[in-house]
Ligand binder design. Structure first.
Ligand code: 13P
Ligand code: ZN
Ligand code: NA
Length: 282
């Protein structure tokens, strides 16, 4: 069933595991993520970025996830990822999204507080939780270019930010970046611990595609409760589609290649649910 993030992330925090949050871009990816969660009896978060909901609007993705969630026995969250305006956050809330990220990390500290607090005030009466970001996760998240400057989250700023906004979870910048890494990412796990010591809310890891599983597990031990994967799902889906079209270029039935893409995404997501340690926690 479709639920909010509140209890899921608090349970994860208490239990020392994380909930995987997977970016979906079509019906098959929605089905794949939910099937993986179902098979492993894990709670799961499905999320869409602004560019995804520009491709097909919020209602299409919400309808897909809601349909899958109603049939599932595990808790499912529908989350807006990197919401880039107050307006889009409100549209997602009205559409029925059960969790919302407002990403004001490209604004000044003060403006980030302002927009994040506004979204919190609008969402909390409906029981919908809000994730915000402090510091900048680098790389390119769809058409949102994080740029190459990659200011890490300052623990002291984090205290003030969480107090003033009332956000439910916080995305931290500790050296991960969206997209594929050129080398191995240097993740500042010490900084993560510093933040975790002073901020009590669940912390969120972005840019996780390409981060070694052992590093992700270390981050979870140090306070990460939600782990975002996007790029690698695209790669998995495209790999499946490409395989079919490579072997049989005359294929004209989208079901033939999309189902192979779906299989690849499901395999990938099952693997990452195990990394997050949330299997059996539904
Ligand atoms: P990756 O594309 O690197 O997995 O990042 C995912 C993410 O942070 C989505 O918000
Ligand atoms: Zn992200
Ligand atoms: Na990445």
């Amino acid at each position: 069933s479709l639920v909010t993030t509140k209890q899921l992330l608090l349970d994860a925090q208490k239990g020392g595991y994380a909930i995987g949050a997977f970016n979906v871009e079509n019906m098959e990816m929605v089905q794949a993520v939910v099937a993986a969660a179902e098979e492993l009896q894990s709670p799961v978060i499905l999320q869409t970025t602004p560019s995804t909901v520009k491709y097909a609007d919020l209602a299409y993705f919400y309808a897909n996830v809601k349909t899958a969630a109603e049939k599932a026995s595990v808790p499912i969250v529908m989350h807006l990822d990197h919401g880039n305006s107050f307006e889009l956050a409100m549209q997602a809330l009205r559409t029925g999204y059960t969790s919302i990220m407002i990403d004001g990390s490209h604004e000044s500290f003060e403006d980030n507080i302002k927009v994040s607090k506004a979204v919190v005030d609008a969402c909390h009466p409906s029981g919908v939780c809000v994730e915000a970001e402090l510091g900048k996760v680098g790389g390119k998240e769809d058409d949102l270019d994080g740029g190459d400057d990659n200011p890490y989250t300052d623990p002291r700023e984090a205290i003030e930010f969480v107090e003033k906004t009332g956000v439910d979870s916080l995305a931290v910048a500790i050296g991960t970046a969206h997209g594929v890494y050129k080398g191995t990412p240097k993740v500042d796990v010490e900084r993560l611990s510093e933040i975790q010591k002073v901020v009590s809310i669940p912390l969120v890891l972005h840019g996780t595609s390409g981060v070694p599983d052992e590093v992700v597990k270390e981050c979870i031990r140090r306070g990460i409760c939600k782990v975002n994967y996007a790029t690698d799902l695209r790669i998995a889906f495209s790999k499946g589609v490409n395989e079919v079209l490579h072997d049989a270029p005359d294929t004209i039935d989208p079901k033939k290649y999309n189902s192979k893409g779906r299989d690849e995404v499901k395999k990938y997501v099952m693997d990452k649910i195990k990394v997050c340690g949330s299997a059996g926690k539904a």
